[in-house]
Design a protein around this ligand. Structure first.
Ligand code: PLP
Length: 391
């Protein structure tokens, strides 16, 4: 009997994450300097960890409401109103989830019928394509290019719209390119969605991490006519350095929140109470820590971008997130050849760009959420690897 045949066709059809595959190679090697994993090097700020510890000490170990603690949902409503200028009712429009990962899965399952198309811009976060496929939808990528700063235009999106298009997924700042979106283009995309009756899932997980003084992050949910057709996803993993707490949330009109809640209720029941209490502390008192981490990331970004350009690997200046996406084509190698060669010869790990979709080929994703000392050593490894190619 082959157990492989017993696995559902849908699950068999999706590939393993390209990041995971590459990191299988990294595991078991000593002293690797990794620019690979998309996770802050900072520990969660102490006052947030302390709130979780006190909560456990008080014996708060129960389930919560399926939607999440009411106090937390009220606090999320306040935070979203001040950060994104959109108001949501904490009673019926906010759902606390196990990370943005769960919220993304719920949103796809709540909106897509088998065969419905969901358009997203690529290169993109590795979960988008499989999350759509697991919800029996059809993922429709719109490639973006280095020449356009990896920003997708309304015109390119429009070319992909068909009678089956149901949802557009956006992620700005973007993983893996760090690109951000200009408001005038976002307005055109909003108009396109309204005129074609398309719903939007917007993954705003990096929205606090933007770096240019004159740039203000704007969510598509805040544009006229968009609140009623948008699911805004956000969470605590990145800006608050809380990846291990596994906490996120969605904000959407009541009908959509109710649909997502039904799936969440049967699959997850609720997000962990300890993490919810920690998240409340993050929202109430975490702003200074977020700002301090953001400033640090910006210093690292400026340094790493300058270094890549200096060594002949063109690298656009990303406006947000904590990734750079240098062009490694001048080396004459593919993304995989470059990443494998760099790992083998210099013990430096970065993710091949094609892990984020075919339009990522020719690039590497380097996460600079690691300390300056390690970034410097990693970049020295890049220089030596490039020199060895020439020699
Ligand atoms: N969305 C994007 C764009 C991400 O980069 C990530 C994690 O890397 C996630 C969602 C998942 O976040 P969470 O830890 O909240 O599940």
């Amino acid at each position: 009997m082959s157990l492989e045949d017993k696995i559902s066709k849908q699950v068999r059809s999706i590939p393993r994450s390209g990041i995971r595959d590459f990191f299988e190679l990294v595991l078991g090697r000593n002293d690797v300097i990794s620019l690979g994993v998309g996770e802050p090097d900072f520990s969660t700020p102490w006052h947030i960890r302390e709130a979780a510890i006190y909560s456990l000490e008080r014996g708060e170990t129960s389930y919560t409401s399926n939607l999440g603690l009411e106090k937390l949902r009220r606090s999320i409503a306040g935070y979203v109103a001040s950060h994104f200028s959109v108001n949501y009712d904490p009673g019926s429009e906010i759902l606390v989830t196990v990370g943005v990962s769960e919220a993304l899965d719920l949103a796809c399952r709540a909106l897509l019928n088998p065969g419905d198309e969901l358009i997203y811009h690529e290169p993109c976060y590795v979960s988008y394509d499989p999350s759509v496929a697991l919800a029996y939808g059809v993922p429709v990528p719109v490639p973006s290019s280095a020449a356009e700063g990896f920003v997708v235009s309304a015109e390119e999106i429009e070319k992909k719209i068909t009678s089956r298009t149901r949802v557009l997924m956006l992620n700005f700042p973007t993983n893996p390119t760090g690109s951000v979106m200009d408001v005038p283009e976002l307005e055109k995309i909003a108009e396109l969605c309204i005129s074609n009756d398309i719903l939007v899932i917007t993954d705003e997980i990096y929205s606090e991490l933007v770096y240019e003084e004159d740039y203000r992050h704007v969510s598509i949910a805040s544009l006229p006519g968009m609140r009623e057709r948008t699911i805004l996803l956000h969470g605590f993993s990145k800006a608050f350095a809380m990846t291990g707490f596994r906490l996120g949330y969605s904000c959407a009109p009541p009908e959509i929140t109710e649909a997502m809640m039904k799936i969440h209720q049967y699959s997850m029941l609720c997000a962990p109470i300890t993490s919810q209490v920690a998240a409340l502390e993050a929202l109430e008192n975490g702003a200074a820590a977020v700002e301090s981490m953001r400033r640090d990331y910006r210093r690292r970004r400026d340094y790493i971008v300058g270094e890549f350009n200096d060594m002949g690997l063109p690298c656009h200046l990303p406006g947000g997130a904590f990734y750079v996406f240098p062009d490694i084509r001048p080396s004459g190698l593919t993304s995989r050849e470059f990443a494998t060669g760099l790992l083998d010869s210099q013990n430096v790990a970065a993710v091949p760009g094609d892990a984020f979709g075919v339009s990522g080929e020719g690039f590497l994703r380097c996460c600079y959420a690691t300390d300056m000392e390690r970034i410097k050593r990693a970049l020295e490894g890049f220089r030596q690897f490039l020199a060895s190619l020439k020699g």
